[in-house]
Design a protein around this ligand. Structure first.
Ligand SMILES: Nc1ncnc2c1ncn2[C@@H]1O[C@H](COP(=O)(O)OP(=O)(O)O)[C@@H](O)[C@H]1O
Ligand SMILES: [Mg+2]
Length: 360
């Protein structure tokens, strides 16, 4: 699966660009502030309806413009899908697939599985559990049809439950909702657990290459005490939840635990190693997706050379090309990437003040 044509209009400093993309490695280079990350961000925005850089989607619309437009052709074997997205400054978003309007943004995400690796990516290992949960759920969402609905129900019921707690509703009335919550929480947890299990198998070989002699263990924690059943726990914790005004335990607290021996990875590995670990996790996800549903991910790798030595750059590019995926890599100097490649990139683009030219 790959994007063959990409049209960007009024996105950050890119007024307009029409790119014929390569189905393998695409190298984008240019000086600081030229618009490299913006191109990756535009691809991500088309797939996810949001940015990986900013929570404020309005900010990506070019200054002085009232809307941005993104359009691409997606090739899957013989099949070609046209996807388009328009975002207005008013906040309204229009999404079209093959000319038909779609209501849910998740329809786009289903069509376009995107993996992002940026210099900020290794915050995955440092920040709170939210980003690690998103990492698990990316895989759960793409590989299990039932996940999205179950997770949406968990969120809906939790929101309602928390409102009831704030209004000090007695437990008898909350109990009815807890039954529903438990039902969906079990589905979500089962899918996540199974996914992390399969991911672990995929991850082993990649970690052996990236971090030989480091014994990294990845495990899943479901978000509440593993010995107690959720229904019993919700009832027992009601007084505490009531005092806090929200639900303390549950699938909204699930996490991925990464350890080297008994230490958390961030205490055991160097910055460069942590970065490689994040790359290994993302590559394992892409490979697993290919294995499970025969779909390739699209990789957006921003500022690849930073903090990786030449040998690891080469390893990473080799692993990425092994996935068979379409890959977009940015760098300030093209040589930093070119020198690490066994075969030349399919396409090379140069960006200068928001103008993109293809280098033949
Ligand atoms: N909404 C916007 N409208 C116009 N320009 C913008 C907007 N948002 C960011 N920019 C500018 O776009 C430029 C490109 O940024 P970026 O893609 O991060 O460059 P690079 O990754 O090549 O260093 C920056 O100079 C930034 O100031
Ligand atoms: Mg950048």
């Amino acid at each position: 699966m790959s994007l063959s044509r990409l049209h960007i209009d009024s996105f950050r400093n890119i007024a307009t660009a029409q790119l014929q993309l390569g189905d393998g490695l695409n190298l984008i280079y240019g000086q600081n502030g030229s618009g490299k990350t913006s191109i990756l961000e535009a691809i991500f925005f088309l797939g996810m309806g949001r940015s990986f850089r900013s929570h404020l989607s309005q900010r990506v619309i070019q200054n002085d413009q009232d809307k941005l437009t993104l359009f691409a052709h997606l090739e899957q074997g013989e099949q070609e899908t046209k996807i388009g997205l328009r975002r207005y400054r008013s906040g309204e978003t229009e999404v079209k697939i093959n000319g038909d309007k779609v209501k849910r943004l998740s329809t786009l995400a289903e069509t376009l599985p995107i993996q992002v690796i940026t210099p900020e990516s290794f915050s995955l290992l440092f920040e709170g559990p939210k980003s690690r949960r998103q990492f698990i759920d990316w895989g759960a969402f793409h590989t299990d049809k039932g996940f999205y609905t179950a997770w949406a129900n968990v969120r809906r019921i939790l929101k309602h439950r928390n409102q009831m707690l704030k209004s000090e509703i007695p437990y008898q009335q909350i109990q009815f909702w807890d039954k529903e919550l438990v039902r969906y929480a079990e589905i979500v947890t089962e899918i996540r657990k199974r996914y992390v299990g399969s991911l672990n198998e995929r991850l082993k070989g990649i970690i052996e290459e990236f971090l030989p002699q480091v014994d990294v263990k990845v495990s899943f924690t479901r978000g509440w005490d593993s010995k107690t059943d959720y229904q019993t726990l919700l009832q027992a914790q009601y007084p505490r939840d009531l005092a806090a005004g929200h639900t303390a335990s549950g699938p909204h607290k699930a996490d991925l635990r990464l350890r080297v021996g008994t230490l958390p990875v961030q205490d055991a590995l160097s910055r460069g190693q942590l970065k490689l670990l994040v790359c290994a996790l993302r590559i394992a996800q892409g490979k697993l997706l290919k294995q499970q549903i025969d779909k390739n991910s699209i990789y957006l790798v921003d500022d690849l050379p930073s903090e990786l030595d030449a040998r690891h750059r080469q390893l990473l590019l080799q692993q990425l090309s092994d996935t068979g995926a379409q890959v977009f890599v940015t760098a300030i100097e093209p040589a930093a990437i070119m020198d690490s490649l066994n075969t030349p990139p399919v396409k090379v683009f140069h960006v200068e003040q928001g103008r993109v030219t293809v280098i033949e």
